[in-house]
Design a protein around this ligand. Structure first.
Ligand code: PLP
Length: 405
């Protein structure tokens, strides 16, 4: 069980006031707040231990290298990957997807090939594939979703053919909240020997992730959405896939030997970690994972499910409020519009009350187009949010509704 009063003490920013009101932070899908232990780790590392990793024989370099590799191991365990070498540190989900789109694309995609995405993807899981298609003369096909926000995987068979080279799909939608049946998608794709990349940016913070159970070929997520710092993320890839792919970038640390005639590459995972990685934040990422494990992942999941249930019920009761995304399995976020009030008006008025929600396209324009909308309001929750905060959100939405009458 989570004691929310105690948990909130771990997150210094939650005591902030905004325009004289206590901060109500409901923009967790964009980025989560950081616990004291993560903030302290970054501060301490720069004060006591900072030295570049993998290169030095001196004390501090070895200390940082050890901590960095320990963080990799923590992440391996967190997603139940088989090997540490399958965990690659990147700048975030976007960095991870670009790595696969470029490197996998370079090796396996040619003119006339096809890539399957879903209609509910974040721009980060659309644009890298479009860039690849432009370079290679390949094309994108789309799995649609229905009006409840449920993916039509019954249509997947009809989209697959001998030209399909990869399926890239989100584990959980950042707008609809829908948790997609990844295991089922992967099983189907593998019948045709098609690899699957899963965008886990919204699932990793809220659900159990077991990449071996999912059997996906790639899994990507960002540190900053899971209580770790910005600028650090993860690409999980099955060893047999990563081994066949060329390096994404060239530079220090990713090489074995270099001559002007020929370079040989380092073993995994370093082959995909060119240059000086964001090692301080990677170490702090490991500390965030420790924090989640200590709090209890299942406790976090249970708490967020209750918040989602409560918010859905309270928001649905507001006259004229429409929720987008009604799947039975959702992560803790609710996107909505209030009557025909512009999403920016709603967001700006809530802000003046200290309530931080996200407004706009939510980086998923094709998804919004499905509903004929150009913007929505999204409240997204973390386990440090409270039922009282949801009440304040709803009271203010009622007031906004009256104001625009
Ligand atoms: N994919 C999804 C589903 C997201 O929600 C986000 C961010 O909101 C991203 C990808 C991109 O994550 P990042 O900006 O951390 O790379």
């Amino acid at each position: 069980m989570i004691n929310v009063v105690n948990i909130r003490k771990d997150f210094p920013v939650l005591t902030t006031t905004v325009y004289g009101n206590p901060l109500i932070y409901l923009d967790n899908a964009a980025t989560t707040q950081k616990p004291e232990c993560v903030i302290r780790t970054i501060d301490e590392l720069y004060r006591t231990s900072n030295a570049n990793i993998h290169r030095g024989v001196h004390f501090l370099s070895e200390k940082c290298t050890e901590k960095y590799e320990q963080a990799r191991e923590k992440i391996r365990q967190f997603i139940n990957a088989e090997k540490k070498s399958e965990i690659i540190f990147t700048s975030g989900t976007t960095g991870s997807i670009n790595t696969v789109a470029t490197s996998f694309g370079e090796r396996f995609v040619s003119a006339g090939d096809e890539i399957i995405l879903s209609e509910m993807e974040h721009h980060s899981n659309i644009v890298p594939w479009q860039l690849l298609c432009e370079r290679k003369g390949a094309k994108i096909k789309i799995i649609p979703f229905d009006d409840k926000g449920i993916l039509r995987i019954d249509l997947l068979d009809a989209l697959i053919n001998e030209n399909t080279k990869i399926i890239a799909v989100t584990h959980a939608s950042n707008v609809l909240g829908t948790i997609n049946p990844i295991k089922q998608i992967v099983a189907k794709a593998h019948l045709y020997n098609i690899p699957v990349l899963v965008d886990g940016a919204q699932a990793a913070p809220h659900e159990n992730v077991d990449v071996r159970d999912l059997d996906c070929d790639f899994y990507t997520f960002s540190g900053h959405k899971i209580y770790a710092p910005t600028g650090i993320g993860v690409l999980y890839g099955k060893e047999k896939m990563l081994e066949q792919m060329p390096p994404y970038q060239g530079g220090g640390d990713m090489i074995s030997t270099v001559t002007f005639e020929k370079t040989t590459y380092a073993q995994l995972p370093l082959k995909f970690e060119a240059g000086t990685l964001n090692f301080i934040d990677a170490i702090a990422f490991g500390v965030a994972i420790d924090y989640i494990n200590q709090t209890g992942r299942q406790n976090i999941i249970n708490c967020e499910h209750k918040l989602l249930e409560y918010a859905t019920q309270k928001l649905s009761a507001i006259e004229g409020l429409k929720i987008y995304g009604e799947a039975a399995e959702k992560v803790a976020l609710v996107s909505f519009l209030l009557k025909d009030i512009h999403h920016l008006d709603t967001g700006m008025i809530l802000d003046k009350k200290g309530i931080a929600v996200r407004t706009g396209t939510l980086c998923a324009e094709p998804l919004l187009t499905h509903f004929g909308k150009t913007g929505m309001v999204r409240a997204s929750f973390a386990f440090y949010n409270t039922f009282d905060e949801i009440d304040v959100l709803c009271e203010n939405l009622e007031k906004i509704s009256l104001m625009f009458n």
